[in-house]
Design a protein around this ligand. Structure first.
Ligand code: SAH
Length: 226
C-alpha cells in the first residue's frame, strides 16, 4: 500500500511514521509513505500556500493551486481524502475499507481550511477524527494512518491481534491485566488466572458487553440491546 500525505509540514509526520507499528510496517515493505510538501508546488518567491478569504472575515485559506498541482503529479490510484471537522466521523469500518486500497491520499488543511474547489473537484471523501478543531490536518492524518496500517495483513505481530480490539466486532474490548497478580492490594480477577479458556472467553465477552453498554450504548443499537 502507498499512503500520500499533502501538507505544509511534512516534518510533523516524519518521525512518528518511523516508530512502532507504522514504522515496522514500512520496514517490512507493507506500506510506503510519501510526504508531499505543498510548498514544492508553489511558484512565488515566498512559496505562498494561503491567502485571504473571499467574502472577508478572519483567518487565511489554503490556496487551491498547490493541491491541484501536487495531485496532478501524484495521479493517485485510490481514494483522495480531506481531513476536516466538516467530514464524516472516521471510524473502524472506514479504516478497514481503506486498508483494502492500494493507495490512499490524505489532504491536510491549516488555517480556516482548504479552498472548496479542491474538495469539489479532487476529493472523494471528507473525514473528521472527532468533534473538536485541530490547528491542522497533520495529527488527524497520523491518526488515520495508524488506524489503517495496523490492519494491513502482517502489520501486527503474532502476539498482537486486531480481532480482540475494540470495534472489531462492534463492541469495546474487555479490560486487560498483567503481572503481578496482586499489587498494592489490587487483585487480578481470579477467572483470568484459572487456566480455563472457556470461562476466560465468556468472562471477556461479558465484560466487553458491560463496558460497551456503559460507555458506548450506541454501538449496540440494532443488536436488540436495551
Ligand atoms: N475552519 C474549519 C477548521 C479549520 S482547522 C472549520 O471550522 O471547519 C484547520 C485544519 O485542521 C483543517 O483544514 C483540517 O485539515 C484540520 N482539522 C481540524 N480539526 C479536525 C478534525 N476534527 N478532524 C480532521 N481534521 C481536522
Amino acid at each position: 500500500m502507498r499512503i500520500n500525505v499533502l501538507t505544509i509540514f511534512p516534518e510533523y509526520l516524519r518521525s512518528p511514521l518511523e516508530l512502532s507499528i507504522p514504522g515496522r510496517a514500512r520496514a517490512a515493505g507493507l506500506v510506503e509513505y510519501r510526504l508531499v510538501d505543498l510548498r514544492e508546488h508553489t511558484h512565488d518567491r515566498h512559496r505562498t500556500t494561503d491567502d485571504e478569504p473571499f467574502g472577508g472575515g478572519a483567518g487565511m485559506v489554503m490556496k487551491p493551486e498547490p493541491f491541484f498541482e501536487a495531485l496532478d503529479a501524484l495521479a493517485p490510484a485510490g481514494p483522495v481524502v480531506s481531513l476536516t471537522p466538516r467530514g464524516r466521523p472516521f471510524d473502524h469500518d472506514t479504516a478497514v475499507r481503506w486498508a483494502l486500497e492500494s493507495e490512499l491520499t490524505l489532504l491536510c488543511g491549516r488555517y480556516k481550511g482548504i479552498d472548496q474547489r479542491v474538495i469539489d473537484a479532487r476529493v472523494d471523501e471528507e473525514v473528521s477524527i472527532g468533534d473538536y478543531v485541530l490547528s491542522g490536518g497533520e495529527p488527524a492524518a497520523l491518526v488515520v494512518i495508524d488506524a489503517v496500517v495496523r490492519l494491513l495483513p502482517g502489520a501486527l505481530g503474532d502476539h498482537e491481534s486486531a480481532a480482540s480490539d475494540s470495534f472489531y466486532d462492534g463492541r469495546l474490548s474487555a479490560p486487560v491485566y498483567t503481572r503481578p497478580a496482586s499489587y498494592r492490594g489490587l487483585e487480578v480477577p481470579p477467572v483470568l488466572r484459572s487456566g480455563d479458556h472457556v470461562r476466560v472467553a465468556s468472562w471477556r465477552e461479558r465484560e466487553a458487553l458491560r463496558a460497551t453498554r456503559r460507555t458506548r450504548p450506541d454501538l449496540l443499537d440494532g443488536e436488540g440491546a436495551d
